[in-house]
Structure formats: structure tokens, C-alpha cells
Design a binder for this molecule. Structure first.
Ligand SMILES: Nc1ncnc2c1ncn2[C@@H]1O[C@H](COP(=O)(O)OP(=O)(O)OP(=O)(O)O)[C@@H](O)[C@H]1O
Ligand SMILES: [Mg+2]
Length: 298
């Protein structure tokens, strides 16, 4: 199980390192094996920073981040179990090498003792598992493959490890609708195998598609989290409501969402408390004034 407990990240900012930005502010949530947790929030809310901390790519300023009770320690053993896939698949490939070089790198680092035949067999299986035809993708250069194919090859690479947790950061935002559904189905299949997934997105509709649990982030803080059906079926925080209202519906004319209603939490007026309140089992919200939250006048 992955556990974040009051995890905070403060970056130094400014030309002379004088200022600082708190990108992630006392964030707590857990992700169990076989569970997809979606992390949703506007641009700059700290989603990728959380993903990068989980992957050990950037340090935690305070709070604790553990996998099965042990602190995240980047290294070979850790990356065998935890991997990340990111928005832009092209950036993960070197254009002068064939795309399947990503597999040989995994072999060299993690499975040096495996025979050529056995390795070829494993690669083919992983490629088929991500619903690609090995004959069509292996041996090709990155520019000969589509973004969706490259993205799926990266997931296949992750499958060649003994993976327990995958951080998927906006992995579907560059894909067309049908490829996106393929990749989401693939994540759903991985979940069935017991993999935990942190699915980072700003697309609400995709988040609800496969996540059991949802964490809504705003300006580095969790404003609402819990069971996806509860968070979106009965959104309590004005920010969650605004996010939901901003999802366009095909059969209704565009009705611009209203600006955020007031709430003690985000109005900043003395609301320094980041504790979450459990309003029903597995449904937490960051406002002490519920159920009156959102009403500007009493
Ligand atoms: N290396 C860094 N140094 C300083 N500030 C940073 C750094 N990385 C991110 N930030 C700041 O931290 C905040 C959160 O950034 P982050 O990339 O985590 O947001 P995000 O939710 O992933 O946004 P997006 O949806 O646009 O990807 C932003 O204000 C960003 O400018
Ligand atoms: Mg990001």
C-alpha cells in the first residue's frame, strides 16, 4: 500500500533562491493494490509534483511517503516495483535508437541472467498484453510509431518489471478518443492483476471512468477525496462542484460554470486548517462549515 501522510513539497523560487513555492501542502491519501486512485486538479495544483515524489524523482519537504510501510528510496529495487508513465511518450525515447531499446535497457538493469529466447518471449508477451502486435511495433524507430503505440510500449516496459504501483501522469491527454479508451481499458486490466495505479488527470470524465477513489487537489491541497461515486455523486466542496459543472455535455448547450462559491477553506479568510472532515464513510472534505459550505450568506 502506498501511503502519503501530510506530504509537503516546497520549491525554492526566484532568481536568487530567496522565495519559495509550496506546491504540495500536507496531502494525505492511500492507494491499495488493485486500486486506481485518480488525482484531479487544475493546472499547477501540484499533481505532477505528487507523482514525482512517489517516484522518488524529487524529495519530500515534510511529511511521510511510504510503500508497504517503508519510506520511498529510489534505487533498483524500488524501480522494479514502482514506475511512472508520463504525458509525452516521445520524450522517453531516443530518436536515433529503435523504440524497443527501452526493453533492452530493462533487461540489462534487471534481468541480465535471462536467455535471449526467454527474453524475446517475455517482450512479446508484454507487447501483446498492451494490445499491440509485436510484428508491427518491434524493430521500429520512434518516428515510425504513433503516440498511442509509444505510450503502450512504455506500459509494456513497466510490465516486464515486478511492478506493484504505476504512476500515470496525464498519459491519455495526447491520445485520440479511441486510443485513449484502449489505454484506459489496459489500465483497468492491470488493476485486475493487482497493480495499484495513481491516475493523474485534469479530465474529470476520464478519472471517473476507472478510479475507485478520487483525490481532488487545488493549489497543493486536497479539497475533497474518497469513494469516486460519493465524491462525484455528492460533491460537497465548491471546487469539486465547479469542476463537475465545467464538464461539457454533448446534448445540452454550454452553460458557463459560475465562479467558485465562497467557502471557509478556499476563501483564505483565516482558514489555515487543512484537516479533512469525514462527512460519510470514505468521503472527506476540507471545510469545517459543512453543510453550509458554499452559501455566501447565512
Ligand atoms: N522544479 C520546480 N521548481 C519550482 N517550482 C516548481 C517546480 N516544479 C513545479 N513547480 C511549481 O509547483 C506548482 C505545481 O506544479 P505541478 O507540475 O506539480 O502542477 P500540475 O498539477 O502537475 O500541473 P499541470 O496540470 O499543468 O501538469 C506550480 O506552481 C509549479 O510552477
Ligand atoms: Mg502535471
Amino acid at each position: 500500500m502506498l501511503t502519503l501522510d501530510h506530504v509537503t513539497k516546497t520549491y525554492r523560487a526566484g532568481a536568487f533562491g530567496g522565495g519559495s513555492v509550496t506546491a504540495v501542502d500536507r496531502v494525505s491519501f492511500t492507494a491499495e493494490p488493485g486500486e486506481v486512485v485518480s488525482l484531479i486538479g487544475e493546472s499547477g495544483s501540484g499533481k505532477s509534483t505528487i507523482g514525482r515524489m512517489i517516484l522518488g524523482l524529487t524529495g519530500v519537504s515534510s511529511g511521510s511517503l511510504t510503500l508497504d510501510g517503508r519510506p520511498v528510496r529510489p534505487g533498483k529495487d524500488f524501480y522494479r516495483r514502482v514506475q511512472g508513465v508520463f504525458q509525452d511518450p516521445f520524450s522517453c525515447y531516443n530518436p536515433v535508437f529503435r523504440a524497443d531499446r527501452v526493453f533492452s535497457l530493462v533487461r540489462r538493469a534487471y534481468h541480465p541472467g535471462v536467455s535471449d529466447t526467454e527474453w524475446a518471449h517475455r517482450v512479446e508477451k508484454a507487447v501483446r498484453d498492451v494490445r499491440l502486435d509485436p510484428g508491427q511495433v518491434l524493430g521500429r524507430y520512434p518516428h515510425q510509431l504513433s503516440g498511442g503505440q509509444l505510450q503502450r510500449l512504455l506500459i509494456a516496459r513497466a510490465l516486464l518489471l515486478d511492478l506493484s504501483f504505476l504512476v500515470a501522469d496525464e498519459i491519455t491527454s495526447m491520445l485520440d478518443a479511441s486510443t485513449r479508451i484502449d489505454v484506459l481499458n489496459l489500465l483497468a486490466a492491470l488493476k485486475e492483476r493487482g497493480l495499484g495505479v495513481l491516475y493523474i488527470t485534469h479530465d474529470l470524465a476520464l478519472g471517473t471512468y476507472l478510479a475507485e477513489r478520487t483525490v481532488v487537489l487545488r493549489r497543493g491541497r486536497v479539497v475533497e477525496r474518497g469513494d469516486t461515486q460519493k465524491v462525484f455523486g455528492n460533491p460537497l466542496h465548491p471546487y469539486t462542484r465547479t469542476l463537475l459543472a465545467a464538464v461539457p455535455r454533448l446534448n445540452t448547450p454550454w452553460d458557463p460554470p459560475q465562479p467558485l462559491e465562497s467557502c471557509a477553506f478556499h476563501a483564505g479568510g483565516g482558514a489555515t486548517d487543512t484537516d479533512l472532515y469525514e462527512t460519510e464513510p470514505d468521503h472527506f472534505v476540507a471545510c469545517a462549515q459543512l453543510p453550509d459550505c458554499g452559501r455566501t450568506s447565512a
